[in-house]
Design a protein around this ligand. Structure first.
Ligand SMILES: Nc1ncnc2c1ncn2[C@@H]1O[C@H](COP(=O)(O)OP(=O)(O)O)[C@@H](O)[C@H]1O
Ligand SMILES: [Mg+2]
Length: 213
């Protein structure tokens, strides 16, 4: 963790797990502690990257190939990093991002079955050394998550996938958490919102203590 540089926090998990809900919790907690932060999301976060998001999420008759999907995700990420994430971190702001490259390993790797080494190659090219300082993985069985997400209305191109797809996505998230325990924290997202919030505040509190020690 470099002093004067903001912390890069990512929040991950399948649809409906509570990412948007809990990012608000983190934002409010950091505001109480006078830490300036930027909330953003992937794919998206800039005008151009949000246009790429639309291509990724909109259901269409023409099939978006797995490789096109992967390259679009990283194209949006390159734009987002250069335009929003890096400038914010350099200026000392914390960045809280709804999904990042772990989602690529989970969705395009686990879900779509793309080769992990191809994703790693793109990750290195697009991000160089940059990796999140903290990743909160909200874990929930995908069936419950999909039920929560379905309440939002019409389903996007990913939300229309079957349970099997999301089980693979979840498995990759859990595998990442196991292999990188220093960066990743798993939070049980099946608990009531209040319980999840208590866990999150404790996690952020300990990062604040490390950051300002
Ligand atoms: N721990 C929880 N228990 C029950 N419902 C939850 C919980 N967390 C979030 N929700 C609800 O589930 C729905 C999806 O949450 P949201 O934050 O939009 O998920 P995501 O951004 O991960 O797709 C919302 O209606 C939200 O209020
Ligand atoms: Mg959301």
């Amino acid at each position: 963790m470099t002093k004067n540089k903001g912390l890069f926090i990512t929040v991950e998990g399948v649809e409906g797990v509570g990412k948007s809900t809990n990012i608000e919790t983190i934002k409010n907690f950091l505001a109480e502690k006078d830490v300036e932060c930027v909330l953003t999301r992937e794919p998206g976060g800039t005008l151009i990257a949000e246009e790429i998001r639309e291509i990724l999420l909109k259901p269409r008759e023409e099939k978006l190939t797995e490789l096109s999907e992967l390259l679009l995700v990283f194209a949006a990420r390159a734009q987002h990093l250069a335009t929003v994430i890096k400038p914010a971190l350099v200026s000392g702001k914390w960045v809280i991002c709804d999904r990042f490259t772990d989602a690529t390993y989970a969705y395009q790797g686990g879900g779509r079955g793309l080769n992990k080494s191809v994703i790693t190659g793109l990750e290195d090219m697009v991000q160089n050394e940059l990796r999140p300082d903290l990743t909160v993985i909200l874990d929930l069985d995908p069936e419950t998550g999909m039920k929560r997400a379905a309440k939002r209305g019409s389903l996007d191109r990913f939300e229309q996938e079957h349970l099997e797809f999301f089980n693979k996505v979840r498995a990759v998230y859990l595998e990442i958490a196991r292999s990188e325990p220093k960066r990743c924290v798993i939070v049980d997202a099946s608990s009531p919102i209040e319980t999840v919030q208590v866990s999150l505040r404790a996690i952020i509190q300990s990062k604040l203590a490390e950051y300002f020690d």
